[in-house]
Ligand binder design. Structure first.
Ligand SMILES: [Zn+2]
Length: 436
């Protein structure tokens, strides 16, 4: 096998421009996720998919464009083969906005190459990763090899706004035994990733006129039956957030995964709404009048959990915490807070592929041969599309190039790392799919 791989790697060294030029070509087509920003010529995800489809058809793939949102298709490319050795390479082609163009020292859509780097929005996150997937197979084919296992490339949309492209592919049953997502990992092999939930907690009080609030401070004798103390939902929320902070700290202290930094299981209160009345949209109807005691408080949380934790258990534990909190108060016992999961449809399952899995070991081994030293093996701090495949039972791992400026200015990918990723991924495809 090592001679075979060496032949592919030599072919990559002989034509290093293949993957760099494809990366430049993709960077030059703005494909900003329209959920962040829309504009003339800015949201060209479908044009990127058209270019990739042309390439992949030329390599013998069966291709299909599958719309996730109007004019925002996933591109699914398949080479038939043995299911037991099936593999998906996945990357996303949407990018985040460039921000203030004047902050960039290069054209964000120029794909400029200088100092061993390719610059532009999406250069490292992650059009280079997508180019590496296509290039890996281009060179396998060029070396005259035929894969045994079914081999697929998924070029998906909408990763930056929740992973709805990959989620869609998974829901359509586009799965395999293994998957590699080529998000930038700076040479690390990342077989684990925590899960992420967006969860909304709504607390209910009782509205009243702020003029009667003195009764809360100095309860008055209710001589004529007019006094019905209000219950301020914002103040309930304040108590809830204090309790939540303690709960978060105990989760962070008591849960640990060997590939993740300590304390990764955070619960971030991200959005707060307080006011009167619960509208059909789940938010208070009146949010602008401090003379009314608010009876509705809505808190949206970004809830992270560790790779080995099960989302069902995580939800049960949190709901038990909310119930225990409510039980400390006679009013909340009667009017319990409401917990809603999958806010905005967002749900990233956890991924915990064993380090000794053959797909992971293949990446580690080939990286070591090419770089002369073993790669760091870590969990991924944020979330990627790998979560959706892992959640559907696909053994998944993240491995990609080095760069900087993603979601910032002067984004670039390091070309040497891109060639290395192309080689290591090609090696993993050969190992996992096998040859006929
Ligand atoms: Zn990305």
């Amino acid at each position: 096998m090592s001679d075979t791989k060496q032949a592919v790697w030599d072919a990559i060294d002989a034509d290093p421009d293949f993957v760099t030029e494809l990366t430049q070509e993709l960077v030059r087509i703005p494909s900003v996720n329209p959920k962040f920003e829309t504009g003339d010529g800015l949201n060209r995800e479908s044009d990127v998919q058209a270019i990739l489809e042309e390439r992949l058809k030329g390599l013998g793939f069966d291709t299909a464009q599958d719309e996730v949102f109007p004019n925002r298709p996933n591109l699914i490319a398949d080479l038939a083969g043995n299911e037991d050795r099936s593999l998906i390479l996945c990357g996303h082609i949407d990018v985040v906005p460039v921000g203030a163009r004047s902050d960039w020292s290069v054209d964000p859509w120029g794909g400029e190459r200088k100092d061993g780097r390719i610059y532009g929005r999406g250069a490292v996150d992650m059009k280079s990763g997508v180019a590496a997937c296509v290039a890996a197979y281009h060179f396998i084919r060029k070396a005259g090899l035929t894969l045994d296992g079914r081999f697929s490339i998924h070029s998906v949309v909408d990763e930056e706004a929740g992973g709805f492209g990959a989620m869609h592919a998974v829901r359509q049953g586009q799965l395999a035994k293994g998957a590699i997502v080529t998000e930038p990992t700076w040479g690390m092999v990342q077989p684990a990733e925590g899960g992420l939930e967006w969860v909304r907690v709504t607390l209910f009080g009782r509205s009243g006129h702020a003029g009667f609030r003195y009764n809360d401070i100095f309860p008055q004798p209710d001589v004529d039956g007019r006094l019905k103390p209000a219950i301020n939902a914002i103040e309930l929320a304040n108590r809830f957030l204090t309790a939540l902070r303690d709960f978060e700290q105990s989760r962070c202290r008591n849960n640990y995964h060997p590939l993740c930094p300590p304390g990764l299981s955070t619960i971030n209160p991200g959005v707060f709404h307080g006011g009167v009345g619960l509208g059909e949209d789940g938010l208070p109807q009146i949010r602008s009048n401090p003379a009314m005691t608010p009876d509705t408080a809505v808190i949206d949380l970004d809830y992270k959990y560790l790779p080995h934790e099960d989302s069902f258990e995580v939800r049960r534990e949190f709901e038990a915490f909310v119930k225990a909190f409510a039980d400390t108060d006679p009013w909340m016992r009667e009017h319990p807070p409401k917990v809603q999961w999958e806010l905005g449809g967002l749900h990233f399952p956890a991924m915990d592929t064993p380090v000794d899995h053959p797909l992971v070991q293949s990446l580690i081994g080939d990286h070591e041969i090419i770089e002369g030293k073993a790669p760091p093996i870590r969990g991924f701090d944020a979330v990627t599309d790998a979560a959706h495949y892992a959640g559907a039972g696909v053994d998944s791992v993240i491995y990609g190039p080095t760069g900087d400026g993603f979601h910032g200015i002067d984004e670039y990918v390091d070309i040497a790392s891109l060639l290395r990723v192309t080689k290591v991924v090609a090696g993993a495809v050969i190992d996992h799919c096998g040859l006929r």
